[in-house]
Design a protein around this ligand. Sequence first.
Ligand code: SF4
Length: 406
Amino acid sequence: MASIDAALSSAACSSVTPAAAVPAVHSPAPAPAPRIRRNSTSIQSVTTKAKKGPFTCSESDIEDIGSFASTSRKKSREDDTLLHRFRSKRGLFVTDITRTEWCEKQMEFSLFSEEWKNHEAKPDLAFVYGGGSRKSKAMRAGIDRHAQLEREVLESMEVNVSSREDIMALKLVNFINGVNQLLFEGLTRELPIISFDFAQGIWIVGKIDEIWMSNAKNDHNPVLVEIKTRYRDTVPAESQKRNGRIQLMCYKYLWDNLVAHADHDFPSKQLFDYFELNPRRFLCKDLQTACVDSGISASRLSDLVVCYQNTCKMLSPASDKLVLRYESQRDQSVLEEEEFMYDDGWIKNEIRSCVEFWTGQREASYVDEEEEWKCGFCDFVSQCPAYTDDSESTETISEDDDSSEG
Ligand code: SF4
């Protein structure tokens, strides 16, 4: 299948971060005959050419959008929050939530560190369990593996984008095509998700490693999978497993939110407002072509948001069963595959607690006493008022975990 890799094309993009300069549009690789077919009464544009599947941005993310715009409104208390300062017009990443759960103080240090600000990679790829933004050998291997997994089902196609509306559009097209691939072929990978958390009133964004449909008759609930690669052939510490579970539960929470609000109160206006997007802006030429190739009828961003909503209408809630897979970087063998059940109350609590920190409702907390071993792997240990070096490590952390999640 053809490949589209994108580059920002105009002077208007001069303020875009380097990461934003290489968005990519992906098409599904050749695949066997569709295993799943669903009736679609509402989306003519996406059902006609489902083989032209998801569009993914390999490096750019919604976070890149923020650099395009500035506001002149009066400064408010909200402006002082971490959420506004670091995630304004970007949304909170799912990895922000998992990193916050790891250690809020480390998250805070990371946000403010020069190393963080100047890092050329996307923030969520720059994180290591330990607080640094250095890309370890294990992380690079993890990123390469994820790229390989992506290439197995998707082929990238290059497009030139010229505005933050285009970058958002790219995400939406990629989501639409990814969902089509899922419904027609039974599997998709690296699916970008942008979802409004009605309970917290914030946008949360992420990228789901893998989604598949069950072969069981009458089971229309997609199964969400997170893949972690391991430098050493060991299973991770319990804290890392918990972190992975939170990540997957977040994805299900976001997915189900999209589905639940697809028919009625779909938050289109909130989307345009929060990300400061002009719904009437025409998509760039390359994106319009990509839409046509994918069977999507859209010339403006608002058209795409309607298609996004219609795509969500076709979906069922994600399965309560979630899959966390650990595989060896050495030979890609599966070290462990954990299946666990979604816990709605628990994840809502985790997100609420995280948002309290991000919105300044409370100070950053430190690691629990029994998890002080984390400090031994933290780049900010010399600055951290909570750290004492007499703690005994009771758990072994993997510097070798890839952490290359969305
Ligand atoms: S030293 Fe420990 S408590 Fe302090 S930021 Fe690092 S991990 Fe958190």
